[in-house]
Design a protein around this ligand. Structure first.
Ligand code: NAD
Ligand code: GLY
Length: 361
């Protein structure tokens, strides 16, 4: 079992990564008392619920299956978690377990942060995106009709248990969307990992278990280091949003229907690389290499034709990274060296959008 630590003083926790980790027995070690609420969804339950349940024999284990999909990441569905906890008389020493992708993980984490002012929770992520990003670092939330992840809390899990084998059932598009977040770590702070990905991408896309485990480990190492240094995003944690400002604008402009989040981030990373080159920070050959790597993962490298310059600009101006009217962007000084900055000429952004997005309203 490969084990990493997220170092946050008395809130530190381990990340376990292995083939077969679901049945390896580590889960039980992190359940504090006799009650567990295991929350999953209707897609993941038939695949992995039984194997997880075998770890929990002898405990009071209640199971809640949520409907599947981002549109159910709401306060109303969150309430169904509280209903279940109260109906089954869960006390303050209960443990919530999130078995699923980022939607389940973010919701269960937020439920754990709120129930009786905070109970334990364990992340068992089952998508690549959740394994390399959302399950680590303690960002928890639900959506509000006016904005994604607008109601939430920073609340760390007690452990993250990553079973590489569960990725075998993940649809290809979902898998590739997770690879976008893996590539992100190479681009923001780990040039060696970037080169490793260039060499191993084909094996990664073929879901070679050893290559997958290595990619997940190195991604989680990067995420754990960033989170340990800046848990609540006062500074460098924002680097984890490389490609996200462009990506969110594209997701919103397309009504969340055309691209998965990781696909939109992939496009956004290419746009950030392009703009970094326009500013003279990144070599053009590096932009081409980034585009090639992202394309090899089966990810899009340009916004869909329906995304216009004016809509993209308008949506970017609403981004959470606007401070005092200035839009901060994550840009690259070199591969593996990103910065968060508002220090760029406004024309640079206009030029980029004019080049990448469709003309018109
Ligand atoms: P998701 O949770 O919707 O999962 C994608 C699909 O895969 C779903 O249909 C799910 O049921 C299915 N699935 C999950 N595991 C499977 C498996 N092993 N086999 C087959 N199907 C499986 O999406 P996601 O990409 O995992 O997460 C996206 C969410 O994560 C968004 O809500 C986003 O806001 C959030 N997020 C949070 C953070 C954070 O730091 N907390 C970071 C990034 C994203
Ligand atoms: N996914 C961005 C973060 O955890 O900060």
């Amino acid at each position: 079992m490969r084990t990493l630590q997220v170092s946050l003083a008395d809130r530190s926790y381990p990340i376990y990564i292995d083939r077969g980790a679901l049945s390896a027995g580590v889960l039980r070690q992190h359940v504090r008392a006799s009650q567990v609420l295991l929350v999953t969804n209707e897609t993941v339950a038939p695949l992995y619920l039984d194997v997880l349940m075998k770890n929990l024999e002898g405990l009071q284990v209640d199971v809640l299956q949520l409907p599947d999909g981002e549109k159910f990441k709401t306060l109303a569905v969150l309430e169904s978690i509280f209903d279940q906890l109260l109906e089954k008389k869960h006390s303050r020493t209960t443990t919530l377990i999130a078995l699923g992708g980022g939607v389940v993980g973010d919701m269960v984490g937020f439920a754990a942060a709120c129930y009786q002012r905070g109970v334990d929770f364990i992340q068992v992520p089952t998508t690549l995106l959740a394994q390399v990003d959302s399950s680590v670092g303690g960002k928890t939330a639900v959506n509000h009709p006016r904005g994604k992840n607008m109601i939430g809390a920073f609340y760390q899990p007690k452990a993250v248990i990553i079973d590489v084998d569960v990725l075998s059932s993940l649809p290809s598009r979902e898998f590739a969307a997770g690879v976008a977040e893996v590539i992100k770590y190479g681009l923001i702070r780990d040039v060696d990992f970037y080169h490793w990905l260039q060499a191993n991408l084909d094996a990664l896309m073929a879901r070679d278990p050893d290559v997958l485990a290595e990619a997940i480990l190195r991604s989680c190492q990067n995420k754990a280091e960033v989170v340990a240094a800046d848990e609540t995003e006062q500074g460098n944690r924002a680097l984890l949003n490389l490609g996200h400002t462009f990506g969110h604008a594209i997701e919103t402009a397309t009504g969340y229907t055309e691209l998965l989040h990781g696909e939109a981030v992939a496009v956004g990373m290419v746009m950030a690389a392009e703009m970094s080159a326009d500013l003279g920070w990144l070599a053009r050959k590096d932009v081409d290499a980034i585009r090639t790597l992202i394309g090899r993962a089966g990810l899009p490298v340009a916004p869909p034709p329906s995304v216009s310059v004016s809509r993209c600009r308008e949506l970017m101006s609403l981004d959470k990274k606007v401070h005092d009217g200035a839009l901060r962007l994550v840009l690259m000084r070199a591969i593996g060296e990103s910065i968060v900055t508002a220090d760029y000429p406004p024309e640079a952004l206009n030029t980029l959008l004019a080049r990448c997005c469709a003309a018109g309203e």
